[in-house]
Structure formats: structure tokens, C-alpha cells
Write a protein that binds this ligand. Structure first.
Ligand SMILES: [Zn+2]
Length: 194
């Protein structure tokens, strides 16, 4: 289990690396208002909260049960695609409360969802064994451990498929975050050479 701060930093500095670079450049050029800074801090706070969302039961279990259990609500795993999908809903509700616009609410939902999925991604990298497909399957799997040549048993096709799955998982989470940010005030575009 990575530390909470690792989840937040992974989402902000790795998944949203281009956004961090954009903010950094704007700050250096002093091309950013205090209103923009407040908006960015709010986005970062929402991203950080949802990057920790699958561990949301940790506080409850420490206080009520006196354990460090952080992956279950009763018998239900919180580290699953199903549980993560609620981040989309909660993020959209927060987005609607902030912007009063349906479109921006959806993009905030996608941003929250990417943060929540980045949590599963980092936990998978750190210790493996995520119940991604609960309740369809209760089997804990690790997308990243399948990339290992040894686990693919020398079968080149298995190895390639497993590698693609892990890379596409990572790309999907990053693209979701950047797509959302692109509609929440960021501009990522190619500048044509004159
Ligand atoms: Zn976790």
C-alpha cells in the first residue's frame, strides 16, 4: 500500500504531468491571475481527494475497528472498477455544484474518475492483486505483473498482449485526465511551424 501522499503525487505529477508543466510555465511568465490560481488549487484538491477515494474506508476502519484495513467496505472491495466508477458520479455532482454547467460537470466527473483509476494503477504496481472486475469476478489480478516475461512463460503472443494491456491502461487513465483538463481551462495544442 503506497502512502497517501504517493497516490496524490503520482496523479498530479505523473498522470497530469503536462498540466503541471503548463502551470509552471504560466507562473514563471507571471501569466496567471489569483483567480486562476484558486481554480487550479481547487482542481488539485479534487484530484487529490479522488486519488485517495478507493482508500476511503481507511479512516473508518482505524477509528471504528482499530485496523488498517483500507480495501473493503464489509465484504465489498473498494479497489474495483465498479467502486471507482462512483468517482465519476461524485465528481460530476461536485462539478455541477461548482460550475452550474452540465458539460463541465461531466468533465469534472471524468477528472475524478481518472484520479480514482490512477489509485488502482499505483496499488497494482506496488503490490498487485486488485479486484478489478468485482462482482463479476472475485479474483485479484495484477495487470502489471503479467508484463513479466517469466509469467508469460515464454509465449511471445501472451507477453505482447499482456504488455499492451498494461500500457493501454496507463494511457487510458492519462488521456482521460488530460481530456477533462482540456475542458476545464487547460489548452494543449500543437503550434504549427511557420
Ligand atoms: Zn489503495
Amino acid at each position: 500500500m503506497p502512502y497517501p501522499v504517493a497516490h496524490v503525487m503520482f496523479f498530479v505529477f505523473c498522470i497530469c504531468a503536462i498540466a503541471v508543466y503548463t502551470i509552471f510555465v504560466a507562473l514563471l511568465r507571471r501569466d496567471i491571475s489569483s483567480r486562476d490560481i484558486r481554480h487550479l488549487l481547487l482542481l488539485l484538491f479534487i484530484g487529490a481527494f479522488f486519488a485517495l477515494y478507493p482508500d476511503i474506508t481507511a479512516g473508518y476502519n482505524i477509528i471504528v475497528n482499530g485496523t488498517l484495513e483500507h480495501t473493503l467496505i464489509g465484504p465489498i472491495p473498494t479497489h474495483s472498477l465498479l467502486f471507482s466508477s462512483f468517482a465519476l458520479l461524485f465528481g460530476a455532482i461536485i462539478g455541477y455544484m461548482l460550475y452550474r454547467e452540465f458539460g463541465k460537470a461531466v468533465y469534472m466527473g471524468l477528472f475524478a474518475e481518472s484520479a480514482s483509476l490512477s489509485h488502482l494503477l499505483l496499488d497494482d504496481l506496488a503490490r498487485g492483486g486488485i479486484h478489478y472486475f468485482y462482482p463479476i469476478s472475485s479474483r485479484a489480478i495484477s495487470v502489471f505483473s503479467y508484463m513479466d516475461v517469466g509469467l508469460a512463460c515464454g509465449n511471445l503472443i501472451n507477453y505482447m498482449l499482456a504488455s499492451y494491456a498494461a500500457v493501454f491502461y496507463l494511457i487510458a487513465v492519462m488521456m482521460m485526465a488530460l481530456f477533462a483538463l482540456n475542458h476545464l481551462g487547460f489548452e494543449f495544442r500543437y503550434r504549427s511551424e511557420k
